[in-house]
Write a protein that binds this ligand. Structure first.
Ligand SMILES: [Zn+2]
Length: 674
């Protein structure tokens, strides 16, 4: 591996997203999600499960102050450990103790990360003031030795790092660092970054290969990638070493988590997930199957990819690629959803992709996007970017309502609302988005990804700008001593025409455009004026650049029925409709109830209709099909086979990400083929 060929994301400060589609998503995050989340972090949303997040920080800070004021005579109150402390019956009289999930601190960190990215795109002094105030509250909770996790600060430091498997101190640290980095990059303010660094130093002194140090590693990964980011920002080798240690240590024998002596073994210990749940069943370089909790898995793979890139470590990269291929070839939904079972929120076995009981957590698709970008940094291969695009426009965006006010945790591909209410196996599948969750990982995760979308669309090497996603934006790229200004315009995901204006000098600047996998051909206007080459799904373009050049390229977007491999039992005889990057679905609101009786005619016409759906301009698709005729009321449950009576039916498909915005109703992605 040659690091000279690697590419990195552009600084968000060098990109302005101008794209209607993404600008709308970013504005929803800025105007709806970020303010709403701030209210939620402060338990001020009526009817939503309280977060207790900022309250826990305040109490930890208060205990810090009392300790400082009373010195040796101060004895912190002792509390019991449960992992989740529910709201008492009389919420007016809360004790000064920790409430909520053990990982509640991370709600703040994800929020501040989204705030940071949002500020790079849209300066907002009022928001910055709120954020500064929140940072003061968080930093006041930090202990003298750098430790910063309110669960143990409040409950007693003697239990620190005693349950790495299930408690989330290192997870909270990882998110704190990511949030601190984003806020620092946006504002130049380093108070939170300094706090994260002090916590990192504390962790570095505690864990490591050296004698006397703890040999554990995070139960929920993310610290691995956060530490690499911290290393890149500070240049301090120890952070990269610590990340490397966590990665190499995972899965070695004796299993670290066995040495912790957990008071209560969970159900997953009985069903073969004991080690695999945390991807700790094998050393990571020996892993070739994506297993266990899907979000943890992809976060681990991100950390592995970051370390592989920093160290040009080919065998670690190979492990990442094996895991990537395993996910994409055998364990991913057509929407880019991953994690097929709610048991352990985990990957299931190969080709087990049930549509109505799936988990496909929003965070897992987000993690897949993170993983894809990291693989692209080492090897610009469209196979990564194609999946990144698929996950982003479908499995990720479906996580948020079109008004930005409610969210899916689980993203099913088929829903019958009655089953969600009455069938215990589907209780985790919600037919409409929820306002907030007690375990609120997905909404803030969406906010941080959508606010930093520019960092996924482009990466740069010394002389090349890679365009992975066609997101309208203006950006500046340094090529040696000169600057290249680039403006990208498109109407993605609805139309495939892209216009790229380049202002550059000489021939040193190269553009590398991803050729999407959903089209067989593309058309480049005036192709003869460029020097062109194609490699790994990218079209490399250069020329003797003049004052201003405009490149026009079109990727035809055809409505296409897709089928799954025969090994996917759930979808045999069915097809999903895809156009460009968008996966479509049928919804009851357009097609009536009993969607399972509908069939689509593959030889029929597919007409694209530009229309508004709940305030968003989208392309719907009208298709030809039939509906199995309604039987008589008294139709027997079983009866001798008779020729099916089918009536003509016009099918109206809408983008999958836009489903469930018109109340509770049926939905399906896979429809029978006539
Ligand atoms: Zn989540």
């Amino acid at each position: 591996m040659d690091q000279k060929n690697f590419s990195v994301p552009l600084s968000l400060r060098d990109i302005q997203v101008t794209d209607d589609f993404w600008k709308n998503e970013m504005e929803l995050v800025r105007k709806e999600v970020i303010p709403y989340q701030w209210e939620a972090l402060n338990d001020r949303v009526a009817g939503a499960a309280p977060s207790f997040c900022m309250r826990n920080f305040r109490i930890a800070g208060k205990m810090n102050r009392e300790k400082a004021e009373r010195g040796a005579s101060y004895e912190a109150p002792k509390y019991t450990f449960r992992g989740f402390e529910a709201l008492p019956e009389d919420p007016e009289h809360l004790e000064d103790k920790f409430y909520g999930f053990v990982f509640q601190d991370s709600d703040f960190s994800k929020w501040i990360e989204a705030v940071g990215y949002s500020l790079t795109q849209h300066p907002d002094s009022a928001l910055e003031e709120i954020a500064d105030g929140a940072i003061d509250i968080v930093c006041a909770a930090q202990q003298e030795d750098g430790y910063l996790d309110t669960y143990y600060i409040i409950n007693g430091r003697d239990k620190t790092f005693t349950n790495l498997r299930d408690h989330h101190e290192l997870y909270c640290f990882g998110h704190l660092t990511e949030g601190a980095m984003a806020y620092y990059e946006a504002t130049g303010k380093d108070k939170l970054l300094k706090a994260a660094e002090r916590f990192a130093d504390y962790i570095y002194n505690y864990f490591g290969a050296e004698e006397g140090k703890c040999k554990g590693y995070p139960g929920h990964e993310i610290a691995e990638m956060a530490l690499v980011r911290l290393y890149e920002a500070t240049g301090k080798q120890k952070y990269l070493d610590l990340s490397s240690f966590f990665i190499e240590q995972r899965g070695t024998k004796p299993y670290y988590f066995d040495t912790e002596g957990h008071p209560k073994e969970s159900i997953r210990d009985e069903n073969g997930l004991r080690y695999a749940y945390n991807q700790a069943h094998l050393p990571v370089r020996e892993q070739d199957e994506a297993v266990g909790h899907a979000v943890r898995a992809v976060y681990l793979y991100c950390g592995m990819a970051d370390v592989a890139r920093q160290k040009a470590d080919e065998s670690l990269f190979d492990a990442c690629e094996r895991l990537w291929d395993n996910i994409v070839d055998k364990k991913m939904y057509i929407t880019g959803g991953i994690g097929a079972t709610h048991m352990g929120e985990a990957f299931s076995f190969a080709y087990d992709l049930p549509n109505d009981t799936t988990y496909a957590e929003t965070c897992a698709s987000i993690g897949l996007v993170f993983f894809a970008r990291r693989m692209l940094e080492m090897r610009p291969d469209a196979k990564y970017a194609n999946v990144m695009e698929r996950a982003l426009y479908n499995g990720v965006l479906s996580g948020m309502a079109l008004d930005g006010k409610s969210f899916f945790y689980v993203n099913p591909l088929e829903v019958n609302p009655t089953a969600c209410h009455k069938d215990e196996r589907k209780f985790h599948v919600k037919p409409v988005r929820q306002k907030w969750f007690g375990c609120a990982c997905c909404p803030p995760n969406l906010a941080r990804l959508l606010s930093s979308i520019g960092a996924y669309a482009y990466t740069e090497s010394e002389d090349t700008l890679f365009v992975h996603l066609y997101i309208g934006s203006t950006l500046t790229k340094r090529v040696g001593a000169t600057l290249a200004d680039v403006e990208i315009r498109s109407r993605f995901p609805w139309e495939g025409d892209v216009e790229i204006r380049v202002r550059a000098e000489g021939s040193g600047f190269k553009l590398a455009l991803r050729i999407p996998d959903w089209c067989d051909t593309y058309r480049l206007e005036d192709a003869q004026q460029y020097t062109l080459s194609e490699q790994n799904g990218y079209l490399y373009i250069t020329k003797e650049w003049g004052e201003e050049d405009t490149i026009r390229i079109s990727y035809p977007m055809e409505a296409r029925l897709m089928e799954a491999a025969g090994a996917v039992r759930e979808t045999v005889g069915k097809a999903a409709l895809v156009r460009g990057p968008i996966v479509y679905c049928l919804e009851e609101a357009d097609n009536g109830a009993d969607l399972h009786l509908l069939s689509v005619n593959p030889a029929g016409a597919f007409s694209v209709i530009a229309e508004e759906l709940c305030g968003l301009q989208v392309n719907k698709i009208q298709a030809e099909g039939t509906r199995r005729a309604k039987e008589k009321q008294d139709e027997a449950l079983y009866h001798p086979l008779r020729p099916a009576v089918r009536e003509k039916a016009a099918l109206t498909y809408i983008p999958y990400f836009a489903w469930a915005n018109r109340g509770e109703n049926e939905m399906q992605v896979w429809t029978r083929v006539e």
